[in-house]
Design a protein around this ligand. Structure first.
Ligand code: TPP
Length: 1014
């Protein structure tokens, strides 16, 4: 075996330095002991500090003060009495172990592809059991504060089989559930890991992706303090227990929140690191010590560290070890060796560990090899576990981490315990199973073992009575996830009049509109208190500094300094009951806070409405896995991707310009995403989202992009004008109120379409829309109600609505009856080339029938589509209807649903998608342009049912002006117009030469490199 005692490199936590003068050492120690005894610990601490200061002055290297010896933190003398019946608990634990093992092995005997894990639970079983028998409180505990909720327990994900096996004993899962482990499609299976989405009444926290559990647990504990400090919920006495793997602690996210937990003094948080010293491929630190390393990290971050390394049988050995030979030997041993000792028998351990020094050999001389084999690590000894939990649960002022040393695959003999491949062991033969039965003294026949029969003692057996009694005492069963939550009333949309009316000629970005909206929500008497604004050091970027003063920044200690800007109206105000969670530069931390708030309806029975606003590029791309976990958590809240768009965030360049978040958002089933262009769209979306989440209690969350480009925000288009004679011919609208923006209506009075609104091009103004009707003109003197068009709102929410019908007439031959059919060759009567205006070929008015196109735009690029429409109409006499597509994803999802229904109901009348309904009376090829990669708008291709050209911003971003970027990525008005002309030329509605000359006229270089490669 390796002897590291001679190694000189800095494995300080590993090797005790040699003692050059033991006599002198003893004198110092005796003197120190005398001080402690005579003058107390405080005096001793003072002397130590003074000594350390002197050492610094004399340039003596300081010892590693954050590490303690490789033994239990809690001395035997401080160990509390064990309050339980160890014998019964051992039997329960053995039964749970067996059922977990049987479940996994059975599944894999039947279908080897199912997988599963045995070794993780085998290592953590005792840590769970002591918690479940003595510590983890459920929501209705017999606590003096009876109304309080329970503890929140993050079970180590790969130990899920054991959690199922216990729930089976508790009668919460049936044998059928266990028999369907990892077979979920039939509806009665058990999910592989902790997935609230799949088992919404069982699991609370999705943590199967390593690192997500630890950090979300920290921010959960912090959020409980937030609820308490803001006077929303009493959480005192409740704990967050997070069971994490030692390998998992390598994830940056696992470590990311350690300092915030200590800074906030989260003594409601207990981490238990299952230090079985192995991960998937091999040892966590083969050549080092993960426990000593983690001790240093946690202690350095300010945590209370409890090492739980050795079971009670070691106490006697340590007591006999006057020379500290055991510690010396332990400090020589790296984790790779500890793993080998776990995988081998007592004889091997004696020969290789204990026999190294005669003194050590003597210490275990009275033990047989079997006795040595039975020496337990701390994480397998309920008495020691209890002591650690007891200390942690009562510790004040700091979070506690328990570093529990265990053996991976504990009890699996040479088939699994401590083996390199233990993590993936899932198929055991009969001899291994029989040995397991014997090892844990299970009352099973060979036949039971052979058939992997689940075992449940009789209801009146001591085991079952004990198990139920313990959980009853602790308030109920865990894990359990309450689904119901009180409803919260959401303000009506009409209350957002100021936003719905547009910006009245002022230029404003959708981000600014969002901040106004948020500010109004915060003031709402019913909902305001439940709104949780979250930022990761970007509040000023998004113009949110006004909120600092309005609702203050949450700080558990209030504000201990006089802020530099105190004299200003909107100063940086921190307060104990502050509402904003200002997380600093940690998107992972901010997401973790958001998840805690967005699941508060379930975790605490207190619905909250969190808005996390971030640079959209640092959302799905940076912390996409957290957002996925939020979906799994059934989170309810808003994610606001700000400064969004590849060309709209102009100057920031490649790392900042987001062109893909909407594509990723589309892959999360319960994430509803929108890319609104105008403030009224945003208001309608947010209001409806809040209604769905807080009133209808749907398990959905929202991703909405907002941008920082300033332009005049138009008013929400009012109810459509009375149907024109043409419209009267149409089939009746499917919408109850007869207001169907999709069916096409007469161009609304431009004054209600938009606030004063000018789209310009290098050629000059293209489209000018005067300011909205004044209140006097509209005849309403109050500010109460904006003109709402329920049809328009429905369109906004369903993904598209007709924003600007072309003022040019529909072709005679194009009856709205047949709408939606693609233009076929020669269908449009323009047989002669369409000249460019000003090129001496006439053109412009005079045509009775115009070629027509449908322009689809989203976000800020919608304004380019509007400008393109004007270009097409003014210069080419081509009618262009412009659609605001608020969500290509919602359109595509609707399409998926309708297409599937039609496919499976071949004899029924086909259903129509929203997109079909929208476009069917609007002929002509379609062109879509967005600020995102083409894949975003491509989602609807199969639904468009006509020639469809998609423009988008594929490629790396770069810095430049918006105009230059839009030209570069070819999503500006000129490229939209060219795409429309080309689509018409392909249908022979105009000659290719017209497109060619337009390309030249717009100064487009057709030979330049592809923008996504340029
Ligand atoms: C982010 C992430 N990466 C990789 C994995 C695959 N994985 C599952 S368990 C595991 C090893 C876990 O080791 P450890 O945390 O020590 O837990 P143990 O099972 O040993 O107790 C790995 C790599 C994962 N689930 N999540």
């Amino acid at each position: 075996m390796t002897d590291l005692s001679d190694f000189s490199f800095s494995g300080f936590w590993r090797v005790m330095p040699r003692d050059a003068d033991p006599v002198e050492t003893r004198e110092w120690l005796e003197a120190f002991d005398a001080v402690v005894e005579a003058e107390g610990r405080e005096r001793a601490t003072f002397l130590l500090r003074t000594l350390l200061d002197r050492a610094r002055v004399r340039r003596v290297a300081l010892p590693p003060v954050l590490n303690t010896p490789y033994c239990n933190t809690i001395p035997l003398a401080d160990q509390p009495q064990y309050p339980g019946n160890l014998d019964v608990e051992n039997r329960i634990s053995a039964i749970v172990r067996w059922n977990a093992l049987a479940m996994v092995v059975r599944a894999n005997r039947e279908h080897a592809e199912l997988g599963g894990h045995i070794a993780t639970y085998a290592s953590i079983a005792d840590l769970f059991e002591v918690g479940l028998n003595h510590f983890f409180r459920a929501a209705n505990g017999h606590d003096p504060a009876a109304e309080r909720g329970g503890d929140l327990v993050y079970f180590q994900p790969h130990a899920a089989p054991g959690v199922y096996a216990r729930a089976f004993l508790e009668g919460r899962l049936t044998e059928a559930h266990l028999a369907n482990y990892r077979r979920e499609t039939g509806g009665k299976g058990l999910s592989s890991y902790c997935h609230p989405y799949l088992m919404p009444e069982f699991w609370q926290f999705p943590n199967a992706s390593m690192g997500i559990g630890p950090i979300t647990a920290i921010y959960q504990a912090r959020f409980m303090r937030y609820l308490e400090n803001r006077g929303i919920l009493e959480t005192r006495g409740r704990k967050v227990w997070a069971f994490v793997g030692d390998g998992e602690m390598d994830e940056p996210e696992s470590l990311a929140g350690l300092s915030v937990a200590a800074r906030e003094g989260l003594d409601n948080l207990i981490f238990v690191v299952n230090c079985n010293l192995q991960r998937l491929d091999g040892p966590v630190r083969g050549n080092g010590s993960i426990i000593q390393e983690l001790e240093g990290l946690f202690a350095g971050a300010g945590w209370n560290v409890v090492k739980l390394l050795w079971g009670a049988d070691w106490d006697a050995l340590f007591a006999r070890d006057e020379e500290n030979m055991i510690l010396k030997r332990l400090h020589e041993t790296v984790d790779g060796e500890f793993q080998k000792y776990a995988a081998t028998d007592g004889r091997f351990n004696r020969e290789n560990f204990f026999n190294k020094y005669p003194e050590l050999q003597a210490i275990v001389a009275h033990l047989s090899d079997d006795d040595i084999d039975r020496l337990r690590r701390g994480g397998h000894d309920p008495v020691k576990i209890y002591a650690a939990y007891h200390l942690a649960a009562n510790h004040k002022g700091q979070p506690t981490v328990i570093l529990a040393q265990t053996k991976k695959g504990y009890g699996m003999g040479h088939w699994g315990q401590g083996r390199m491949g233990a993590h993936q062991a899932k198929k055991l033969e009969d001899d291994a199973l029989l040995a397991f039965r014997d090892r844990f003294a299970l009352p099973l026949s060979d036949d039971d073992v052979h058939h992997l029969r689940f075992f449940k003692p009789a209801a009146d057996s001591p085991e079952m009575r004990y198990l139920h009694a313990r959980r009853k005492e602790l308030g109920g069963y865990l894990p359990a996830r309450p689904r119901a939550a009180p409803q919260l009333r959401v303000p009506e949309l009409a209350q957002f009049t100021r936003i719905l009316e547009g910006s009245g000629g002022r230029e404003e970005s959708t981000t600014m509109v969002f901040v106004r909206l948020l500010s109004q929500l915060l003031r709402d008497p019913g909902l305001g208190k439940r709104v949780v604004p979250i930022v990761a050091d970007e509040a000023r970027t998004f113009g949110m500094q006004s909120l600092f003063r309005q609702v203050a920044i949450y700080s558990s200690v209030g504000q201990l300094y006089d802020p530099e800007d105190r004299d200003e109206l909107l100063y940086y105000k921190e307060a104990k009951d502050g509402q904003i969670l200002e997380e600093g530069i940690t998107e992972a931390g901010a997401m973790s806070s958001w998840i805690a708030a967005a699941t508060s309806y379930s975790g605490h029975g207190v619905p909250m409405l969190p808005f996390y606003i971030f640079y959209s590029m640092f959302g799905f791309q940076r912390v996409g896995d957290f957002i996925w976990a939020a979906g799994d958590s059934r989170a309810r809240g808003f994610l606001i991707g700000a400064t969004a768009g590849r060309t709209t965030l102009s100057g920031e360049g490649l790392q900042h310009q987001d062109g893909s978040s909407h594509v990723v958002a589309a892959t999360i089933p319960n994430c509803i995403s929108y890319d609104p262009a105008f403030g009224y769209e945003l208001a309608a979306i947010v209001r409806d989202g809040a209604r769905r989440m807080l009133e209808a209690q749907e398990d959905v969350f929202y991703y909405i992009t907002v941008a920082n480009e300033n332009y005049v925000q138009p008013a929400m288009p009012a109810d459509p004008s009375p149907p024109s004679p043409r419209r009267a011919e149409q089939a009746p609208s499917a919408l109850a109120d007869g207001c169907d923006p999709a069916a096409g209506y007469r161009a609304p009075d431009p004054r209600v379409l938009a606030g004063a609104f000018t789209v310009t091009s290098p050629e000059g103004p293209l489209l000018h829309v005067p300011a909205p009707l004044s209140r006097g003109e509209r005849g309403d003197s109050t500010h109460a109600a904006a003109p709402l068009c329920t049809g328009t709102i429905e369109g906004i929410l369903r993904g598209m609505y007709l924003l600007r019908p072309s003022p040019l007439p529909l072709p005679e031959g194009e009856s709205r009856r047949g709408g939606g059919s693609p233009l076929s060759k020669g269908e449009v009567s323009h047989s002669s080339p369409l000249p460019l205006q000003g090129e001496g070929q006439g053109g412009g008015g005079g045509h009775k029938e115009n070629a027509r196109v449908q322009l689809l735009g989203s976000g800020p690029i919608l304004r380019e589509a509007l400008a393109a429409a004007e270009l097409l109409e003014t210069n080419f006499d081509i009618a262009a209807d412009v659609w605001s597509v608020t969500s290509f994803t919602e359109l595509a999802r609707d399409g998926m649903k309708v297409e599937r229904w039609n496919r499976l109901h071949p004899e029924s009348a086909s259903r129509e998608t929203w997109l079909e309904r929208c476009l069917k009376h609007h002929p002509g090829p379609a062109v879509a342009a967005t600020d995102y990669v083409r894949a975003y708008a491509e989602q609807i291709r199969s639904l468009v049912n006509r020639p469809y050209t998609v423009l988008g911003c594929d490629g790396f971003g770069r810095s430049d002006t918006r105009g230059a970027l839009r030209s570069f990525f070819e999503v500006d008005r000129h490229h939209i117009a060219i795409a429309a002309l080309k689509a018409l030329a392909d249908r022979e509605s105009l000659p290719a030469s017209a497109v060619e000359s337009a390309i030249a006229r717009f100064g487009i270089d057709p030979e330049r490199a592809d923008p996504w490669r340029g």
